[in-house]
Design a protein around this ligand. Structure first.
Ligand SMILES: NC(=O)c1ccc[n+]([C@@H]2O[C@H](COP(=O)([O-])OP(=O)(O)OC[C@H]3O[C@@H](n4cnc5c(N)ncnc54)[C@H](O)[C@@H]3O)[C@@H](O)[C@H]2O)c1
Length: 321
């Protein structure tokens, strides 16, 4: 297939481009390199089946000419990361709402199937044991800008779904839960690379809040397996599907595990949320995916555990140090 990936120089996008190429597809990616980087694409340099267009999904004309005569579009480009969203709310919303609208419009013009990357952030503060795709969203006030990412992703989902229902566009929507692994940057507030980096240099590991909040982490290679399975199955069209690992750990537990498994002498220090993210910041206590639907539809379950994630991230950081 001829495939367009938006955000292909990013963390998930670059792994996806590699996988698509390895399966014989030809891939063009558009990325403005805001959080992505050319170094993420080093393995694809010079590959005749791969093409990088440095540009923005906010350039609607550019997108229309790119998304023509192709067979499939993966839409991953987005403004991401809590720090980034809180500090650049306008630019983030523009990218995450108008950018997605542009991609859907261009794909619909030629009726090209779209795979949309949404986020577990749409569930907001819903802390149920096991979040199902049909569960309610529980959000704070719209003027708490942290929730603007959740709102933008929810609008994206509604837009994609409306294109499917009204215009018969083939869309698939996935909600990624925390995905981690090699190439992910700690600079945008991503917790696992941030903790591993501190542990490897024996610097203090900083936990925001009291550390009792829990998260679940999926290995990037498992997530790419899930993406491929969902993207090319017939029974996933028009659906919203969680992708994540449902094994849960507190931030205190995560810091201790990373210290132990990297043989670090780092201390753990605590910083109030307000100091890290500004006054009135709200976070969720836990977020656990229910992954029954993806298992039922395409037979996917995660295979790699948190120790593998920590080992893979540490190995990459040591290699690049
Ligand atoms: N990593 C996760 O845990 C996670 C969780 C939930 C959802 N997601 C979603 O998955 C997708 C990929 O995320 P990621 O973790 O790889 O982040 P990333 O920041 O590494 O990738 C996003 C890419 O989009 C590019 N981009 C940003 N604005 C753009 C624009 N206007 N035009 C073109 N390119 C632009 C960035 O340069 C970057 O390469 C995003 O849609 C994100 O919301 C990721």
């Amino acid at each position: 297939m001829k495939i367009v990936v938006t955000g292909g120089a990013g963390f998930i996008g670059s792994h996806l481009c590699e996988r698509l190429i390895s399966e014989g597809h030809s891939v063009t990616t558009i990325d403005d390199l805001t959080t992505g980087s050319i170094s993420n694409l080093a393995n694809l340099e010079g590959n005749k089946d791969f093409n990088l267009v440095v540009g923005s999904i906010l350039d609607s004309d550019g997108l229309h000419s790119l998304i023509q005569n192709v067979d499939y579009v993966f839409h991953l480009a987005a403004a991401v990361g809590v720090f980034n969203i809180v500090n650049n709310p306008l630019a983030s919303m523009l990218t995450n709402i108008r950018g997605t609208e542009n991609v859907l419009e261009a794909a619909n013009a030629s009726k090209i199937p779209v795979f949309l990357a949404s986020s577990s952030e749409v569930y907001g503060k819903n802390t149920s044991d096991s979040l199902k795709e049909s569960d309610d969203r529980i959000l704070g006030s719209p003027v708490k800008l942290r929730w603007s990412y959740s709102e933008a992703k929810a609008i994206d989902e509604s837009l994609a779904y409306a294109y499917h229902v009204e215009k018969k566009l083939e869309t698939r929507i996935v909600r990624f839960f925390n995905t981690v692994g090699p190439r992910q940057l700690g600079a945008y507030g991503m917790v696992v690379p941030r903790f591993v980096k501190a542990a490897l240099t024996n610097e203090p590991i900083t936990i925001y809040g009291n550390g009792n909040q829990t998260r679940c982490f999926g290995h990037i290679y498992d997530v790419i397996d899930a993406v491929m399975a969902v993207a090319f199955a017939d029974n996933t069209v028009g659906k919203v599907i969680n992708i994540g690992n449902n094994s849960e750990i507190s931030m205190n537990g995560l810091a201790q595990k990373i210290i132990k498994e990297t043989g670090s002498s780092s201390d753990i220090v605590y910083v109030p949320y307000e100091e890290a993210y500004g006054q009135g910041f709200e976070d969720m206590e836990r977020r656990v995916p229910n992954i029954d639907l993806i298992n039922e539809l395409v037979g996917w379950t995660p295979k790699r555990d948190l120790s593998t994630i920590i080992a893979d991230i540490s190995a990459e950081m040591k290699r690049l140090a």
